[in-house]
Design a binder for this molecule. Structure first.
Ligand SMILES: NC(=O)c1ccc[n+]([C@@H]2O[C@H](COP(=O)([O-])OP(=O)(O)OC[C@H]3O[C@@H](n4cnc5c(N)ncnc54)[C@H](OP(=O)(O)O)[C@@H]3O)[C@@H](O)[C@H]2O)c1
Length: 152
């Protein structure tokens, strides 16, 4: 199954100036637990934004037209990556999320909704969420984790 995992603020912003402008240790742990020992697929800018990339104990795939000299597998398109790894997590950023959702390749999503507004400059496109049914998995004081299943 092709899955997507993200953390967003109130307006579905995912980052500001090339960085995630909040810090949630619980979400970091949740992301790690969910993606451990699996295939993670990311855009080149996300790869460059991760300190100490590649992510440990996961197969890291990067979508890029560039040559990245690192311990990762590169693909020129998302389609090539998911053809090789049909069971994977798409882990960002906005360009890759929105492309994958536009192309309807995502069947399942875990989205952590932070209950605050920031000043993000890139966003998940809200229109895509209507293609999914939503279930709340966890409600905490400052965030809610939701599971999204693709509607038939
Ligand atoms: N809040 C969250 O959950 C979350 C998660 C992940 C990342 N982020 C943040 O997101 C930011 C990066 O997102 P971004 O949207 O700027 O960039 P991105 O999607 O991470 O990377 C964009 C690059 O990836 C390649 N790419 C992406 N989609 C492609 C496609 N459909 N086909 C071919 N190539 C594609 C291209 O690489 P080339 O130019 O090399 O060809 C493109 O320039 C960072 O600040 C990161 O911290 C947030």
């Amino acid at each position: 199954m092709i899955k997507l995992i993200a953390i967003v603020e109130k307006n579905l912003g995912i980052a500001e100036n090339g960085k995630i402008p909040w810090e949630f240790e619980e979400d970091r742990k949740f992301f790690r637990e969910k993606t451990l020992n699996s295939i993670v697929i990311m855009g080149r800018k996300t790869f460059e934004s991760i300190p100490n990339a590649p992510l440990k104990n996961r197969k890291n795939c990067v979508i890029t037209k560039k040559n990245i000299q690192n311990d990762v597998e590169c693909f020129r398109t998302l389609e090539e990556a998911v053809q090789k790894y049909p069971s994977c997590w798409i882990i960002g950023g906005a360009q890759l999320y929105n492309y994958a959702l536009e192309k309807n390749v995502v069947q399942y999503m875990l989205i952590t909704h932070v209950n605050a507004e920031y000043n993000p400059d890139i966003f998940l496109n809200r229109n895509h969420l209507s293609k999914f049914s939503k279930t709340i998995l966890k409600k905490a004081d400052n965030y809610t984790i939701c599971e999204y299943q693709r509607l038939k």
